[in-house]
Write a new protein. Structure first.
Lengths: 392, 392
């Protein structure tokens, strides 16, 4: 069915159980969908923008209150909305990383962290992962010291993912933040896979910046995200412009340099705000999400030759699975090759796995009901049995 | 009426003729509204993202073809979508402006240009406006030479608005680009008030970069925009990452540094794309838009004491008007003070003027029908007559 011109209607979420690894937390709530319709037009939130003319000060719709709540939600003092988590990384890197300065991230960090550092002129250095694909405070402390010797100065910044995008493994954020603090290294908490789906308290973790993604984990349209910090760092990170017209003597008041003024002026911020009450509520139910996800993990583990590459027991709903010795063996001789597997999933109303993938792949059960997870679990075991792979 | 929680439904466009200066070109088309509903979920366009995993290469929905058409639409070789025109300014400034380098913009430039320069560490210098509030090539050439003497080097970049946001006046883009070229200064064409509402051909104008705003002038949700350039400059501006994990040896392939990878992964790009056929068509009807706008301008000019501060005849639908000697005189003694004027407009179903404004204000008739403009024109003259201001 066509939406208009050559654009087909997207119906994946309506027609399938979608286990795509990156889409689970960004599905809109019904409230967000209504807000997106009501505020779809470009500058729709600017109807009542009054002095000092800044997005986070608008009272109607109540963007000012939303910004305050957002800061509290991640346990920080000040928050701003950004066009994606990556733009939050960029703002922090631009503020704290001088040209040539070393910046730490990890062996599991997302490419957007590397790009933000590159754009700022910094030099990326990785903290190694351990044999269990986890980043430990010991490894972080050792790398801080090593980099400090190499560059004759401590790293300008340290990025740490609470849960990484590759395995969905949990890393020692609090302890790493402690090690960084001992060396005076500011810490950016990458909450792309946490803020909006599980409780996050930045101050309690001892981090300096919390970055979250609206379209990844806050049930919001893209691009959207949150950048939050402490009162102390807000002075630099959210500094207002000092630019001045040399002829006109114009000044630009309260506009924040790293935000380039206003960021999300319509559907995106309204989607975030409309979803926010449900998002605040849903983070309290993370335990149920994990329990549901484990049903699927247990089913996959029961399939002969299948290995969960993520840490066990699972502490996140995003997991990496290795089926090279199960479904991929079937693919070797199946007439549909690798497509037999994703085809069989599609026949059962399951989508979100890259067509043809049978080797190492990721999935995410976030937001699925217990019943859907049970269905998904039996779909995997049924497909295995049908193809003669031992189960149990 | 509430949309959800404390969010009221926005009904300005449904209930009123909206003459807000910045909202006119960003109202969604029906096609965009449908696309926003179908693709509201966070990473909705990523369903069929395959190698090399980049937004502008996605074939379904046809984002790849859209990107190519977008480049052609503004007369350039390569185009990317950005989270707003300001993020386009930032990408260009970050690429071409070294710390301490002078950058030219104009006495009428928007604050976002100043912020992009400030973020890149550049030093802004303004090209003066003439007595008619226009930027001329003579003034640009003189300032290029002056700045070159001051800094011992030519400006790293020159920003020029085709039409500025203050008066909606047209500036000598082609001639300014010629002067800049003679001094080897790259030119950024700010098309926030042109791309999507009137025909723009960057190469024909001789500029190096064309920046447009989706939510301001391309009937798209915020934040969205376009950044286009020549094949020559694309090599630098759209450079792919050279970052590398020092331990993992990871590389990040085709990801573009200034874009931080992908930019608009859902509702925003789908809104842009769905509106695009109508946008391509509507730029051909700019003459009708101007004719409609002049009906309103003529009515305002017929009101005693009212002055149009923008150039005449109007070449844009955004205009600045001075009613200090007409409506503001009434406000001095009216029991509702300045609110009498915007109240009288509201009584007639006209919105978009800041409540209480009676001194110097802006409005935009873009997208209104001839009949709506005639209605608007008589509303202004009726309000004048009712309050004893001579008309005619």
């Amino acid at each position: 069915m066509r939406c208009s011109g050559d654009i087909e209607v997207r119906d994946l979420e309506e027609l399938a159980i979608n286990i795509d690894p990156i889409q689970a937390g960004g599905r809109l709530t019904p409230e967000a969908m209504k807000a997106v319709i009501a505020y779809g037009d470009g500058y729709s939130v600017c109807d009542n923008c009054r002095k000092p003319f800044r997005l986070d000060q608008i009272k109607k719709p109540p963007l000012d209150a939303f910004h305050r709540e957002l800061a509290g939600f991640v346990g920080m003092d000040e928050a701003r909305v950004m066009p994606g988590a990556r733009r939050g990384f960029q703002a922090v890197a631009d503020t704290y990383v001088e040209k040539g300065a070393p910046v730490l991230l990890t062996a599991l960090s997302h490419y957007t962290g590397f790009l933000a550092i590159e754009a700022a002129g910094g030099v990326p250095r990785e903290i190694p992962k351990d044999r269990n694909n986890r980043i430990t405070a010991d490894a972080a402390a050792a790398r801080i010291e090593e980099v400090t010797r190499e560059f004759g100065r401590p790293p300008a910044l340290l990025f740490i993912d609470h849960f990484d995008y590759q395995f969905g493994n949990e890393h020692e954020v609090r302890e790493i933040a402690g090690a960084a603090r001992a060396h005076d290294v500011p810490v950016l908490y990458n909450g792309a896979y946490t803020v909006g789906i599980l409780p996050v308290d930045g101050k309690e973790l001892g981090v300096d910046f919390v970055v979250g993604s609206g379209h990844k984990s806050m049930a919001s349209p893209a691009p959207s995200g949150v950048l939050a910090t402490t009162r102390e760092h807000a002075v630099d990170l959210f500094r207002t412009t000092r630019a001045r017209g040399d002829l006109t003597k114009r000044e630009f008041g309260v506009k924040e340099v790293e935000l380039l003024g206003c960021t999300l002026m319509g559907a995106t911020i309204m989607g975030m705000m409309a979803s926010f009450p449900r998002v605040k509520e849903r983070v309290k139910h993370w335990g149920e999400e994990l329990a549901n996800g484990r049903i699927v993990i247990d089913a996959l583990r029961s399939i002969g030759g299948t290995a969960i590459l993520s840490e066990l027991p699972r502490k996140h709903t995003l997991s990496r699975v290795d089926t090279r010795n199960s479904f991929d063996k079937i693919a070797e001789t199946h007439k549909k090759r690798g497509y037999f597997f994703t085809g069989a999933l599609a026949d059962r109303g399951i989508g979100g796995v890259i067509p043809g993938a049978t080797r190492v792949w990721k999935f995410n059960t976030y937001g699925l009901t217990r019943q859907q997870c049970e269905y998904l679990a039996s779909a995997f075991t049924d497909i295995a049995r049908e193809n003669g792979i031992p189960v149990g």
